[in-house]
Design a protein around this ligand. Sequence first.
Ligand code: AMP
Length: 196
Amino acid sequence: MSEFLSLGLNRQLLNAIDDLGYEEPTEIQKKAIPKILNGQHVIGVAPTGTGKTASYVLPILKKLNYAQGNDARCVIFLPTHELVYQVHQNLTDLGKYTDLRFVKIFGGGGIKAQRNALSEGIDVIVATPGRFMDLYKTGYINLRAVNTMVLDEADKMMDMGFMPQLNEILEVVPKKKQNLLFSATFHKNIEKLSED
Ligand code: AMP
């Protein structure tokens, strides 16, 4: 726990970490958390199982701090609805002592419930790219408040053919924001995406 303390996290987060039984930060958490808290853009090359989700979820929760306004300040993209569920669960578990609001957006899930959740006010959107763009284009998502964007499992998103939607998203999110990119592998395509 002492090592988590030295990473600059607050009491609400340390209590949630304690409840989950995490004793020490993993390698990627030690490397990524201070950089993300500092506001740097980060590319993390780490497969699932390394604790990489918490390596971006924890500093994002710290920076958002408390619920504010109606529009999302952070958007997280993942290739499948299973991953959207997992990351949403991680946000809920680690953010349990905050009042931050999280919403899951994914194809196949009831679009009406997703629209309702968005209209109630939200801090973080966890989404698959296709459904996200549908809701954006129909006016249910406003991106003006976004200051952090995460592309997680970026290699899988490219393999699954999400590049056109990712390009559309890059066009409409604010240019001035913190960008975080995570991928199990780092090849030419990912390098190009990170440059974009
Ligand atoms: P991930 O690589 O993000 O898919 O995480 C893999 C698993 O490790 C998840 O079940 C996390 O809840 C768990 N986990 C994340 N960080 C830690 C940690 N510091 N100590 C123990 N378990 C962790």
